[in-house]
Design a protein around this ligand. Structure first.
Ligand code: MF3
Ligand code: CO
Length: 250
């Protein structure tokens, strides 16, 4: 499938969608505390999305049963919210969610600590977020897509963390997942040329130990095989003539 190039009018709609999603993430973060279940957090996320006039884009996506993917500790992504999963002080939690507004998708992920967490866990979270910002420094018209990938890889590598390869970022627009795929590791190819009007999700998924992952019996939850912690940070961005615009922050 060809990469869709959005008009300024479409970018404006994606910005509206993204700004609503930023509010959803604020609500999720504010609700996070020891003792809350991941199902309660999903309900808060879904309620907020709908109250803002959006439609959750995770719900029923290929059968996913909830509006927010909530992944705890060694869970990397696509954790299924559950009333039995009660968060405890020291856990780290990734929220990955998105919505549709006026036909346009937005998608973003954040990892947070619950109460006080270890310095090592906080560093993993911080470095994961920083790698996103390093990557998007290369997200300029005329550069190549894999310049973003290589910049993330270069930033992560000295920390000795693992970079998940099986899952990547992606184009986004009137569909949640559009071309191109956006890898978080260095490729031997350059990738497509970036141009104004491309909208992509850049989403490093980083592990404290080995990058090797597996799937739980529920067929959704992605976990590190060595049990090490994982963090995720994602925004929907637009390529412009100048600096990229992050659509999912306010
Ligand atoms: N937002 C996530 C992504 O882009 C998850 C969506 S798929 C889901 O991959 F089914 F897990 F919700
Ligand atoms: Co995504």
């Amino acid at each position: 499938m060809a990469i869709s190039i959005k008009t300024d009018e479409e970018i404006n709609l994606m910005r509206q969608s993204g700004h609503l999603l930023a509010k959803v993430h604020e609500e999720l973060h504010a609700a996070l505390r020891p003792g809350i279940s991941t199902l309660e957090l999903d309900e808060i996320g879904e309620r907020t999305i709908r109250a803002l006039g959006g439609i959750p884009n995770c719900k029923d996506y290929e059968g996913f049963p909830a509006s927010v993917c909530i992944s705890v500790n060694n869970e990397v992504v696509h954790g299924i919210p559950s009333s039995e999963r009660i968060l405890q002080e020291g856990d780290i939690v990734s929220f990955d969610t998105g919505l549709i507004y006026k036909g346009y998708h937005s998608d973003a992920a954040r990892t947070w600590g619950v109460g006080k967490i270890s310095d090592e866990a906080q560093k993993l979270i911080d470095v994961t977020r920083e790698s996103f910002f390093e990557g998007i420094k290369k997200a300029k018209a005329g550069n190549r897509l894999h310049d973003i990938s290589a910049a993330i890889d270069k930033y992560i590598r000295p920390h000795g963390y693992g970079i998940v390869r099986e899952l990547t970022g992606h184009g986004i627009g009137t569909s949640l997942h559009e071309d191109p795929m956006v890898p978080n590791y260095r490729k031997l190819t350059r990738g497509v040329k970036l141009q104004k009007g491309m909208t992509i999700c850049v989403e490093p998924m980083i592990t404290m130990g080995s990058r090797k992952i597996g799937w739980l019996e529920d067929d959704w939850t992605v976990v590190t095989l060595d049990g090490s912690l994982a963090a995720h940070y994602e925004n929907t961005i637009a390529i412009t003539d100048g600096e990229p615009e992050i659509l999912t922050v306010i």
